[in-house]
Design a protein around this ligand. Structure first.
Ligand SMILES: [Cu+2]
Length: 270
């Protein structure tokens, strides 16, 4: 009785919480995975849709069979239980069929995994090092390196008793002082590590998240297909300012990237 009441109360509270959500939050609701902007993220999306489709068909079939049986063979209709057992044909079918489905799912899943792990033939390498609580970026070939920290306006607003309404700050806690500028359509190898505790570099639009572990270097890659600004965050609880070390990737044309490299190098040498 008590647990029933608790459940009821939890449902009641949840209902009110949902009703209290501002309409803008509801408008941002997305049920499905995001497609992202890399072959990596799109591969994941396609695989997800395929597997979801297969599971839906199986679900409809299984639940359809259950509900049909409950309805058609109910006691009040005078149904009498069948009395047969040990059917070799049925046993072969229910072994072969699930096996075929599993293999059918394993093939595209394995292909996707191999594609995700393939960091070979990269056009450029960016080493990402997590620190409490900022990110350090090193462009290995282009000889650029800088720290990227939380944008000043977000930092001011998040301070206790700042008097600033975070809702008025654009990209609150998702903006940085220096963006990771990358060229589109180039295979970029990311090496992630950390200088103190474990962090994780995560930009959802790229389709992956990599732990940044002190003493280890983890690899991943991204080819950004569309110009734009993609935001992410540290995704491994790393201390009191874990929520204040966002990531901003800006994908630009190759010419714009070359110009940015020149400008950044010049600024660094001054
Ligand atoms: Cu962190």
């Amino acid at each position: 009785m008590i647990s029933k009441l608790r459940k009821y109360r939890a449902g009641y509270t949840l209902g009110w919480l949902l009703a209290a959500l501002p309409a803008t939050v509801l408008a941002d609701w997305k049920l499905n995975l995001m497609k992202g902007v890399t072959p990596f993220s799109r591969e994941i999306y396609d695989l997800h849709m395929l597997i979801l489709g297969i599971c839906t068909v199986i679900g409809i079939f299984v639940f359809g069979a259950i509900f049909y049986s409950l309805w058609a063979f109910r006691k009040s209709r005078g149904a009498v239980a069948a009395n047969w057992h040990e059917s070799t044909t049925v046993e072969i079918i229910w072994t072969i069929l699930p096996l075929a489905i599993l293999v059918g799912m394993a093939v595209p899943a394995t292909k996707a995994l191999i594609m995700m792990e393939d960091v070979a033939n990269a056009d450029m390498t960016i080493k990402v090092t997590g620190y409490q609580w900022r990110w350090h970026y090193e462009y290995i070939e282009d000889g650029i390196d800088f720290y990227s920290t939380l944008a000043e306006n977000s930092n001011e607003a998040r301070t206790l008793n700042s008097g600033i309404d975070p809702a008025t700050v654009e990209h609150y806690l998702l903006d940085v002082d220096k963006r990771v500028v990358v060229p589109v359509n180039k295979k970029i190898r990311f090496l992630t590590t950390a200088g103190d505790v474990i962090h994780a570099w995560w930009v959802p639009d790229l389709g992956w998240k990599r732990d940044a572990v002190p003493g280890f270097i983890n690899e991943s890659w991204a080819t950004v297909l569309e110009e734009g600004v993609y935001r992410g965050q540290c995704a491994e609880l790393c201390g009191k300012d874990h929520g204040f070390m966002p990531i901003v990737v800006e994908a630009v044309s190759e010419e714009a990237y070359v110009a940015w490299v020149e400008k950044t190098k010049k600024a660094a040498s001054e």
